[in-house]
Design a protein around this ligand. Structure first.
Ligand code: SF4
Length: 348
């Protein structure tokens, strides 16, 4: 079985880059069952619905970030009790990557709490990329904003994915971050795309935004000239000491709606369940997989916030008949057309 990656499927009516806000809002407004049916049908057309890709995320440099992202415990501006740590040694990172590989991860994501990497950091992160690649894993990094040159350097080192989230809609963005602009983020995504790396970009819901902001964020991602290959949808983790510590709960069905709309707008991309999974029960996980989520972060910590234990995920996969995507599958030659998976077929 082959999986399509972003934009590889030649189905012009599904893969669009011209969504209007009204169209995206109309998807959010569909009756829940109609929305899920539509999302799941597309999911089934582009992916094996019983397969989930698993990535592990490691914080390679923690805290003391000069940015002011209102949700983030790593910002130096908020007193969250987080202990800052310097950039990890390359050998330690590789030990963690080996452990992640042994636990079934095919992709190793490394995150550093920086505004952008400094020249002195680059040789270290390049060595990490090369080392993880030598272990036979895919690599992903999130290091803040990148220049064209830095993107090129990472791409040449073999970095497969670069994560840089848009976070929310352009309109709500200023309520969440003031130290970099929306355009700065779009520029970094451009540099990453131009360097030949794949893009991982999504956002966070439950930050006090309106539904139109969730629609706006997904519209921005879907209207990039090439869809991000990976679209993480995070649920806010309210951390004491951050400006969003007392934010109201988001209706869980609204979170599922966001997953479903992401699946419809970007049918060939992996939609990833990311931060906030600790707060989600098994039923919500199952509903998210049905709505089109087919990637998770795996492991006990997602950067600095708790994440469900790896064996809890594996136990749920077993009960749901879900297999984890192997690296061979991800790298299989691209099928030029969407595949329709029969629910009765086995997904080997
Ligand atoms: S989200 Fe990233 S850039 Fe923003 S404060 Fe946290 S570590 Fe810094």
């Amino acid at each position: 079985m082959h999986t399509a990656t972003a934009d590889s499927a030649s189905s012009p009516e599904d893969i669009r880059h011209d969504w209007t806000r009204e169209e995206v809002e109309a998807l959010f407004a569909l009756p829940f069952n109609d929305l899920l049916f539509r999302a799941h049908s597309l999911h089934r057309a582009y992916f094996d619905p019983n397969q989930v890709q698993v990535s592990t995320l490691l914080s390679i440099k923690t805290g003391a970030c000069p940015e002011d992202c209102a949700y983030c415990p790593q910002s130096t501006r908020y007193d969250t009790g987080l202990e800052a740590e310097k950039l990890m040694e390359v050998e330690k990172v590789l030990e963690q990557a080996k452990a992640a590989r042994a636990a079934g991860s095919t992709r190793f994501c490394m995150g550093a709490a920086w505004r952008c990497p400094k020249p002195r950091d680059m040789p270290h992160v390049v060595a990490m990329v090369k080392g993880v690649r030598e272990l036979g894993m895919e690599t992903c990094m999130t290091l803040g904003m990148l220049t064209n040159e830095q993107a090129e350097e990472l791409s040449e080192a073999g970095l497969d994915y670069y994560n840089h989230n848009l976070d929310t809609s352009p309109e709500f963005y200023g309520d969440i971050i003031t130290t970099r602009t929306y355009q700065d983020r779009l520029d970094t995504l451009d540099h990453v795309r131009n360097s030949g790396m794949k893009i991982c970009s999504g956002g966070i819901v439950g930050m006090g935004e309106q539904q139109t902001d969730r629609a706006g964020m997904l519209q921005q991602l879907a209207n990039l000239h090439q869809h991000p290959e990976s679209v993480p949808i995070n649920m806010l983790v309210r951390v004491e000491g951050t400006p969003l510590e007392n934010e109201a709960d988001l209706d869980p069905f609204e979170f599922i709606r966001t997953i479903a709309v992401a699946r419809i707008l970007m049918p060939a991309s992996h939609v990833r369940l990311s931060a906030g999974r600790e707060e989600m029960n098994e039923q919500m996980h199952a509903l998210a997989y049905f709505a089109g989520a087919n990637s998770i972060f795996y492991g006990e910590k997602l950067l600095t916030t708790p994440n469900p234990r790896a064996n809890t995920d594996m136990a749920l996969f077993g009960r749901l008949g879900i297999n984890t995507e192997s690296l061979e599958l991800e790298q299989a030659p691209q099928d030029p057309s969407p595949r329709f998976y029969d629910a009765t077929a086995t997904s080997a």
